[in-house]
Design a protein around this ligand. Structure first.
Ligand code: GDP
Length: 464
């Protein structure tokens, strides 16, 4: 759990715990430079001048034993022009995690405290360098799965979402202040702002908020991803289709029916949305085989979690009652019928395929030759990716917490507007205006509890 105290000096490895060419140990706090001075010596044996933001070449040595630990490049960055706005030190050592652990242990022994998850970024927030939405963008950037996700996170880090929210807050502060002035100085006859003026301000704020929220569905998908599940009789070509879609050969392809028993997952990038493809064993209508039954159960569970289901049919065979049983399991979920093996003589009538999932698209493909795969991709994109709302560079939102807070702000605003239109007294309006401002402030961190900070930063990695 991160602590809100920022007077001590924290240390952590900032690079992944794996073998690599270099690895970075970072420190933040008032003791960062004094600690570095204790353990660093240049190749010439002199003590460097430690000019800010300049790299120095030398070695890290345990001062107690004289034992050299690593040859490194080290930099001191003086506050406030640093990630945390505190004095910072970065030591670039060799990438083996054992070496880096020894360096961290040395700094810890000399008085630094091991950093909690996200504590460097938490300090950047607490010291006012970035707001909460920007701090969370750092975590989004690390976990982004597509270039669109990276762009969204970078925009958020750059403060674009924060600026939009600040604009909405500014529109609400004035009406709130005016109404409160009337209420606070009731005996002094402060004139009440005309309801029409208040109405205009609230309408402008609500419109801004709706514009931000319009991109929410797509923004969330870009970050959370979607699930596409492939179902169908054994041997219909699910694994082959998955491979064709991924243009990779990772799933098990076998001519023996029913051998793809594990649920395999791979990821596609559909218009910026990372789509996890899940390959299931065939859902057979009747089966006595215990392992196969397990597969069937898992397939049903997978259909339940899917954003879109691909019903894969073997176009070179006749329709079977099993197909209808599988189609029934899909029900009203978004789905597409994939009539596979188009390179072989057709035996599955297109009308029968369409009847399985009425009103859903049918794509005729060959997983073997690649025919129709591009068209299937665009059909999937249409089914999964919302066409409304912002796209590309305009994606402001990508975080469930932000969307929830902004929706709450919008609800409060709608309630305030309704009160304004009714005969209710104006202090009712102030309650909802405050509610809206608080909800907006939760996104940027203007109104935020320590518990929420703990929750947010505990999802970060150590060293961030
Ligand atoms: P699954 O059991 O549904 O996963 O089916 P597989 O992907 O394992 O495919 C079963 C068999 O059908 C394999 O021998 C594949 O090579 C073959 N197959 C898959 N797709 C096609 C296709 O489009 N055309 C042809 N001719 N064979 C295919």
């Amino acid at each position: 759990m991160p602590t809100l105290m920022t007077t001590d000096t924290i240390v952590a490895t900032a690079t992944p715990a794996a073998d690599g060419a270099i690895g970075i140990v970072r420190l933040s706090g008032p003791q960062a430079l004094p600690l570095l001075r204790q353990v660093f010596c240049s190749r010439a044996g002199t003590s460097p001048a430690w000019r800010s933001h300049q790299l120095y070449h030398g070695g890290i040595t345990d001062p107690a034993t004289g034992q050299p630990l690593d040859e490194v490049l080290a930099v001191h960055m003086a506050a406030p022009h640093t990630y945390t706005r505190e004095d910072m030190v970065e030591v670039q050592g060799h990438g083996g995690s054992a070496t880096l652990r020894l360096i961290v242990a040395l700094f810890t022994r000399l008085g630094a405290r091991p950093a909690e998850r996200g504590e460097f970024t938490l300090r950047a927030f607490l010291n006012g360098r970035i707001d909460l939405a920007q701090a969370e963008a750092v975590a989004s950037l690390v976990t982004a799965r597509t270039p669109a996700g990276v762009q969204q996170a970078l925009g958020q880090l750059d403060g674009r979402l924060s600026a939009e929210i600040a604009a909405v807050r500014a529109l609400l502060f004035d009406p709130l202040a005016r109404i409160e002035a009337v209420l606070d100085f009731a005996e002094e006859d402060v004139p009440l702002p005309p309801r029409a003026t208040l109405r205009d301000a609230l309408a402008a704020a609500a419109a801004c908020l709706q514009t931000i929220l319009a991109g929410a569905a797509r923004g969330l998908l870009v970050h959370e991803g979607a699930r596409a599940v492939l179902v169908g009789r054994p041997n219909a070509g699910k694994s082959s289709l998955l491979n064709a879609l991924l243009e990779a050969d990772r799933a098990i392809v076998t001519p023996i029916p029913g051998t793809t028993r594990d649920v395999l997952t791979e990821s596609l990038n559909l218009d910026g949305v990372p789509v996890t493809l899940v390959d299931t064993a065939g859902i057979a209508a009747r089966t006595n085989d215990a392992v196969e039954r397990l597969g069937v159960e898992r397939s049903r569970a997978e259909i339940g979690r899917a954003d879109v289901v691909l019903l894969v049919l073997d176009g070179a065979t006749n329709p079977s009652p099993e197909d209808a049983a599988i189609a029934a399991a899909i029900g009203e979920r978004p789905g597409v019928v994939v009539l596979n093996k188009a390179d072989l003589p057709p035996r599955y009538p297109a009308a029968a395929a369409q009847d399985l999932l009425a009103a859903k698209p049918v794509c005729t493909v060959s997983a073997l030759t690649g025919t129709g795969i591009a068209a299937l991709r665009s059909t999937l994109t249409q089914l999964v990716v919302p066409t409304t709302g912002a796209a590309g560079d305009d994606l402001l939102l990508g975080n469930v917490r932000h969307v929830a807070a902004l929706r709450r702000a919008a609800d409060h605003l709608a309630a305030a507007q309704a009160t304004l239109d009714s005969a209710y007294p104006l202090d009712m309006v102030t309650i909802d205006l405050r509610g809206a401002l608080d909800a907006l402030g939760e996104v940027t961190g203007h109104t935020v509890t320590e518990d929420l900070l703990d929750k947010i930063f505990s999802t970060f990695c150590i060293g961030k």
